[in-house]
Design a protein around this ligand. Structure first.
Ligand SMILES: [Zn+2]
Length: 90
């Protein structure tokens, strides 16, 4: 999957031919039935750190089901807030 994304060219993750979007992790369509689906914007850390905000800064957007993002984006020191997925933080 990751190789497909790097070849997209436009900096965007694969948009499906029916106009929908495929999940970065599982490649299945993202449906409205998943209101907590997320867009993940990836950009260079140091450009951000140094305050660059140029339109041509390298960046890529990928899309994910809420469940896939919660399962696959677990970090060692930071946890995604439930509100990111439109869930209560309690
Ligand atoms: Zn998925």
């Amino acid at each position: 999957m990751a190789d497909d994304l790097t070849q997209a060219g436009s900096g965007q993750a694969k948009e499906m031919t029916d106009g929908g979007y495929a999940c970065w992790f599982c490649d299945r369509p993202i449906e409205r039935a998943d209101p907590g689906a997320v867009l993940i914007h990836v950009r260079g850390f140091w450009a951000w750190h140094d305050g660059s905000n140029a339109d041509d800064d390298p960046a890529q957007d990928v899309y994910a089901h809420s469940a896939c993002a919660k399962d696959r984006l677990k970090g060692a020191t930071m946890t995604l807030e439930p509100s990111v997925f439109l869930e209560d933080d309690a």
